[in-house]
Design a protein around this ligand. Structure first.
Ligand SMILES: [Zn+2]
Length: 464
């Protein structure tokens, strides 16, 4: 050995020893050892994938939004079932779901005094409409349901109430404002949408039980602020609200269900999905086209990679999430006793911004099953290379709740959640808002989680 080679050898040995001493490799969990390579393979395939995006684009641009009860929702159901069949899923079915049929109709709000101007509004889903010819009235502006109560009935009766709320009090205004205003004799309610650029924002309106129902609409931030500035200066503000919103008779809609049967325990099922319905505005891209298309693609990728987990992976596109959750309840009825074979439910319904991890099982599950929570953390580690493996509490979702209530652990996709609230339920929820690589990360996360849940030796609920 030359002197130089000898020194080099010494240095390499020393460097290796230092590295080994100072940075001991963390002990790998059994899950990491068993599934690490598979997870990386799935992630790499998901990041190259374009099929999921192609389907999402078709759904958005060729079918469009899919409000409960509409023909476009049925069109989406037929198309989705056909796509599942073409891609080789098994037992593709579209079980019927009886759903309410709320129709928006035409609607408008016009400022009449102190000057005439069109106002940017959108009625809340399930709101009642106005009488033909609309409602004309003076506007009273308030900052919260509580502040409205303090005004006293005399000031509110016969008026149109504007809740000029900031975003942090938006939900409170939607949930309690209409009932409070109706009880005080108001004729209609407007709520500041909380999201700028003249974009009103719809969502499901739930009238409080026993309260009389008055027409309720979202109004743009800019128009709400204009009215607020005028009323604050003591100026009388009058407007006319016209809303044709009404219910037609219940109609039959459908869930879409497709299986990738397990190799050893096909009767045990991991469900993953989101909702196929949307509101009747925008394209229902983030809410929830991305959730259903990412779930389908996750399962198809696993299949294409030649991986078949021991248990069945089931993709479910639930219907009527936005205005009643009848799809989730109907799925529970559809499976009957089979619910006991549901090993886990995964829901992706918070838009397709960059994922950070999953909510797990609800706080209840975390407390009841520390072993299962530990396992969820270990599965999360498999997603650490894409920073999508953080496991937090409260993992159920509206559609999978009927099966998680029965006892199957639930996982809910969590994202950075920066702009979703601005887009969803508005005309702005369109395909262009979906960042391709973020969507691919959803596919990767769902596929890794679903595969491991379906393939690991124990059922999640056995780990206590
Ligand atoms: Zn949704």
């Amino acid at each position: 050995m030359t002197r130089q080679l000898f020194l080099t050898t010494i240095l390499i040995v020393a460097a290796t020893a230092v590295a080994a001493d100072l940075t001991p490799a963390p002990a790998k969990s059994e899950i990491a050892t068993k599934y690490g390579a598979t997870a990386q393979k799935i992630i790499a395939a998901a990041m190259r994938d374009n099929d999921g995006l192609r389907r999402l684009e078709y759904l958005c641009d060729r079918i469009g939004n899919r409000v409960t009860g509409s023909e476009s929702l049925e069109k989406a159901v037929r198309w989705a079932a056909e796509e599942m069949r073409k891609a080789g899923l098994e037992n593709v079915r579209t079980p019927p779901v009886t759903v309410p049929h709320w129709v928006r109709g035409s609607e408008s709000a016009t400022l009449l005094e102190p000057f005439q101007k069109r106002l940017w509004m959108m009625s809340y889903g399930l709101s009642v409409g106005t009488p033909r010819g609309g409602i004309t009235g003076e506007v009273i502006s308030t900052l919260s349901p509580e502040q409205l109560s303090n005004l006293g009935r005399a000031k509110v009766e016969g008026k149109i109430v504007l809740f000029a709320v900031e975003r942090d009090r938006y939900s409170e205004a939607v949930n309690h404002g209409p009932a409070r205003a109706a009880a005080m004799g108001a004729k209609a309610v407007l709520i500041r949408s909380g999201f700028p650029m003249q974009g009103p924002h719809t969502s499901q309106l739930i009238y409080e039980e026993g309260a009389s129902k008055i027409p309720t609409a979202s109004i743009s931030v800019e128009d709400a602020d204009l009215i607020e500035r005028l009323t604050t200066k003591g100026m009388p503000v009058r407007l006319r609200l016209e809303m044709e919103a009404h219910f037609d008779a219940d109609v039959e809609a459908h869930n879409v269900v497709g299986d990738f049967l397990g190799s050893e325990k096909p009767k045990e099922i991991v469900v993953l999905g989101g909702h196929i319905d949307s509101w009747d505005v925008g394209q229902g891209a983030h809410d929830d086209g991305t959730g259903i298309m990412a779930s389908l693609e996750a399962v198809l990728l696993i299949k294409q990679l030649g991986l078949r987990p021991k248990r069945t992976l089931r993709v479910v596109f639930f219907t009527n999430e936005e205005s009643g959750h009848r799809g989730g309840q109907a799925y529970r009825t559809f499976i009957g006793d089979e619910v006991k074979n549901h090993v886990a439910g995964i829901e992706d319904d918070h838009g397709a911004e960059k994922p950070i991890g999953f909510g797990f099982g609800g706080a209840q599950h975390q407390a009841l099953f520390p072993g299962a929570y530990q396992r969820a953390l270990e599965i999360g580690e498999l997603l650490s290379s894409i920073n999508a493996g953080k496991i937090s509490g409260r993992g159920s979702g509206g559609d999978i709740r009927p099966i998680t209530e029965y006892g199957a652990p639930g996982f809910a996709m969590r994202t950075i959640n920066k702009e979703y609230d601005f887009w969803h339920h508005t005309e702005g929820d369109t395909f262009d808002k979906v960042v391709p690589n973020d969507f691919r990360l959803h596919v990767a996360s769902l596929a890794v989680l679903a595969f491991v849940l379906a393939d690991m030796p124990e059922r999640m609920s056995e780990l206590n």
